[in-house]
Design a protein around this ligand. Structure first.
Ligand code: PLP
Length: 356
């Protein structure tokens, strides 16, 4: 039976990425060795990193002076690397509190300086993105989480900010065109929309570095990683290679304008069905709904397990909601095509026929 992968992360990858990566695990073109056994100092791997960086810059239209890094430690390490490098002991950083990942970022920043939460949607279990907040102009930076993977809300606008804008884009990077020049630093764990677990993409304007007086361990110092072109230590070679394949696929698909069109159509198909179907209701306010993670609840709570069972039997994988929201969550990242979303919608319609 065909499986439809709605997992939140690690999550679905393009067939192109899986095929090419499989092949490279056996033998990389022209080398006669597996990608798992080449030296990270070899000219072949150097080229893989250089080409992957070039593709990130091309696809996202990254400004010329920015740096692109592939680092270890997950997006979670960026929660502390950002303040370690950018927040002085006596300074204040501003954060937008839109979900569990934002809260974790805030917790880490408090280890290094003061944190000002400019707005929070915790009053309604993070079912909306706050608006009309004010960021103090003396903030060291302003941190946002563009897509709230757990709660299914998304900030679809590149905000104007007078202070350096920092974004955790782990679960919506490459899902739409972004004005990178508005951000001082963007980071994203690969395992949602780019590649396998193990690598984190960081895009930054180097002008923001070197402004605070703190000794920084080498592995946590952006400057060291920039200087060494992501090869200060052994980087996650395999995860970088697989991510590189997804970047090639993105380009082949027509880039981010095309991706955004597809993602809008997929999200509309599913949200329309949630609104129409008497068995389900959405959790997030309409203007804050995520195109990547669609959260919804059963209108009859006693049928929650029943639907999971029903959908699982039809090949749907990973639609159980996160425990802090309950119900269901369908993650429909770039690699999920509209046929997959249609299969879920068909499944919801059939369930309604049986139970309404
Ligand atoms: C998954 C996720 C993280 C955590 O990523 P790790 O790579 O596991 O550290 C952080 N932020 C967001 C928005 C996420 O979706």
């Amino acid at each position: 039976m065909k499986k439809y992968n709605f997992n939140a992360g690690p999550s679905i990858l393009p067939q192109y990425t899986l095929d090419k990566t499989c092949k490279a695990v056996k033998e990389l073109d022209n080398i006669g060795l597996s990608v798992l056994e080449i030296s990270h100092r070899s000219k072949e791997f150097q080229k893989i990193v250089d080409d992957a960086v070039a593709l990130v810059k091309e696809i996202l239209k990254v400004p010329e002076n920015y740096n692109v890094l592939f680092l270890g430690g997950g997006a979670s390490l960026q929660f502390s690397m950002v303040p370690y490098n950018l927040l002085g002991d006596n300074q204040t950083a501003s954060y937008l509190e839109t979900g569990a990942w934002a809260q974790k970022a805030i917790k880490e920043a408090k280890l290094f300086g003061n944190v000002n939460v400019v707005a929070s949607s915790s009053d309604k279990n993070f079912t909306y993105i706050p608006k009309n907040f004010k960021v103090p102009e003396d903030s060291a930076y302003f941190h946002v989480t563009t897509n709230n993977t757990i709660f299914g809300s998304e900030l679809l606008e590149d905000l104007d900010s007078k202070v350096p804008l920092i974004a955790d884009m782990s679960s919506d990077i490459f899902s739409r065109p972004v004005d990178v020049s508005k951000y001082a630093l963007i980071y994203a764990g690969a395992q949602k929309n780019l590649g396998p677990a193990g690598v984190t993409l960081v895009i930054l304007n180097p002008d923001i570095l070197g402004k605070i007086e703190r000794k920084i361990p080498s592995m946590l110092d952006y400057k060291i990683h920039i200087k060494n072109n992501s090869l200060y230590n052994t980087p996650p070679v395999f995860a970088i290679y697989a991510s590189f394949m997804t970047l090639q696929w993105l380009k082949e698909q027509g880039g981010l304008e095309e991706m955004e069109k597809k993602n809008i159509a997929k999200a509309k198909l599913l949200y329309d069905e949630i609104e129409r179907n008497s068995m389900f209701c959405g959790t997030v306010e309409k203007d804050s709904r995520s195109r990547m993670n669609v959260c919804f609840l059963p209108t009859k709570p006693e049928l929650e397990q029943e639907f999971i069972k029903f959908a699982t039997e039809k090949g749907m994988v990973g639609i159980k909601g996160h425990r802090s929201v309950g119900g269901f969550r369908a993650s429909i990242y770039n690699a999920m095509d509209i046929e997959g979303v249609q299969a879920l919608v068909d499944c919801m319609k059939e369930f309604e026929k049986q139970h309404a």
